[in-house]
Structures are given as structure tokens and as C-alpha cells.
Write a new protein. Structure first.
Length: 260
């Protein structure tokens, strides 16, 4: 991997014994990483001398030997499971919050978002209601991107500068609306390492899925084997474009349910 390249990791809910997940369907659970695996991944980074940092840190100072850690959706385990492990490792991270999920079973409540922010973690926005942004008109995009930012800023009393796209559905309009709303970056699910010259309004991110072996995690952090993942992603996004978002999601759900 080139020296100026930096990998952005994307996590979601973490699983701990005795706690039910926010949702149980296979399409959701594949994004849920068990706590021991997450702890093992953070330990490996620490032992390898790679520091976990937030999106704000990464954009401020692009030096090598670091990795960006992000969480989407705003699950309660951001605070109860991830934060203590990250804190222990002296790692930063960005937690992208879906405003409309706050207070629902298994998700953070506003007070906990403030707690994460007060603990020094970066709070980003993951929209108001988690829609497919690429399907929305301008007023709806404004509500999902700009209004959600204002709500979070009132909640934590600090600026919210980073946005991540729900379901990775990015479009040029998303970045334009985000830029106008005062964001400094937009994260997508495009699979690549970001470089010094990468557009901060189209940042690539790599999802860490459940069951990822530690060796595969190591490769991913070093930017190896991304080509394979990119190919799979191209096939997926082409099918999505051909089928439309709704039909694609229905088919994907059916396939995953059969596999489970
Ligand atoms: Zn999401």
C-alpha cells in the first residue's frame, strides 16, 4: 500500500453475550461483529503499531501507520462495548448516528451520544431516517443531511462535520447538499484505501463483516486484497442499478434468508 494511503473501516452493531441485537434478520446480522472479534482486531492493530483514529484526525493530518475506525447507525453498543475497548487502546473513532433511530430498542439515546462526544469521540451523521439517499429529491435530501446535522449539533453542543451514506447509496447530489450544509466529508461504501488527494466528499470505506478471519482483517488493514472485494462490489452495484434499489433489496433479503 502507498505510504499516503489510509484505510477507513466501517463497523455497525457489536454483539455481546446476553444482549439481543437490534434486528435479527440475516441481512442485518452479517454486519454485526461479536465483541471478542472486535477486541481481537483492535489488539492486533495495537500490537502492529497501527493507531486507530477518527475521520477528523485523518483529514487533519494524513500520516502513515494509522487506520480510521467508523461505526454506522448509532447502536447502543457504540458506547457500551466499542468505546471502552477503543479507550483502552487509546484509539479515536467516528460514530455516525441515525437521528431517527435514537431511543429505539438497542440504539443510543441522545444523552449517550453526548457522552460519546464528551469522551472525545467524533460524532458524525448517518441521516435522519436511513433512506436510500440516491432515490430522494432535494427537499428530502436537505432534511436527511442538513436537518439531521442540526439536531445532532444541538444534542452534543459541538459541530458535526462528517456524514456517512446509509446503505452506501451515494450520489453527487448527496455530496453537494452535504457541502452546502457545512460538512467537511462524506463517507461511502466504495471499497478502496483513501489517498492524500482523495475527494473528502467521496471517501471510500471497507466494511468489517461478521466472521472475518483475523488474517483477512490484517490484509484489509494493509490494503491487500481490496481488488477482489472491489470486483464483488461492482457486480453488486451494477445489479442494483439494473434492478432499482427496492427490487435489489428484496432479492438480496430473499437470497440471504435462504442461506441462513
Ligand atoms: Zn446504516
Amino acid at each position: 500500500m502507498r505510504v499516503d494511503a489510509i484505510v477507513y473501516l466501517m463497523y455497525h452493531e457489536l454483539q455481546v453475550a446476553g444482549r439481543s441485537l437490534c434486528h435479527g434478520e440475516p441481512g442485518y446480522v452479517r454486519y454485526v461483529v461479536p465483541e471478542p472479534d472486535f477486541r481481537g482486531q483492535m489488539n492486533w492493530l495495537q500490537n502492529a503499531g497501527i493507531r486507530g483514529i477518527s475521520v477528523s484526525d485523518a483529514l487533519r493530518n494524513r500520516t502513515a501507520g494509522r487506520i480510521v475506525i467508523t461505526f454506522d447507525d448509532g447502536c447502543e453498543t457504540d458506547l457500551t462495548v466499542a468505546a471502552p475497548i477503543l479507550h483502552q487502546a487509546n484509539f479515536g473513532a467516528t460514530f455516525y448516528i441515525t437521528v431517527g433511530f435514537l431511543g429505539k430498542t438497542g440504539y443510543l439515546v441522545p444523552r449517550q451520544v453526548r457522552e460519546l462526544s464528551d469522551a472525545g469521540f467524533d460524532i458524525g451523521c448517518h441521516s435522519m431516517t436511513h433512506p436510500c439517499l440516491s432515490d430522494l429529491n432535494q427537499p428530502d435530501l436537505h432534511r436527511e443531511i442538513a436537518d439531521a446535522k442540526n439536531r445532532l449539533e444541538e444534542m452534543i453542543g459541538r459541530p458535526v462535520r462528517h456524514f456517512s451514506c446509509p446503505g452506501g447509496r451515494w450520489s453527487l447530489s448527496v455530496s453537494e447538499v452535504a457541502r452546502r450544509a457545512g460538512y467537511h466529508s462524506v463517507s461511502t461504501s466504495r471499497i478502496a484505501a483513501n489517498r492524500g488527494h482523495s475527494d473528502p466528499f467521496q471517501l471510500a470505506r471497507i466494511v468489517v463483516l461478521r466472521g472475518l478471519p483475523l488474517t483477512a482483517f490484517e490484509n484489509l488493514c494493509r490494503g491487500r486484497g481490496l481488488w477482489h472485494r472491489q470486483m464483488r462490489h461492482v457486480v453488486r452495484s451494477t445489479s442494483r442499478r439494473l434492478l432499482g434499489n427496492t427490487l435489489y433489496d428484496r432479492l438480496r433479503k430473499l437470497i440471504l434468508e435462504q442461506r441462513a
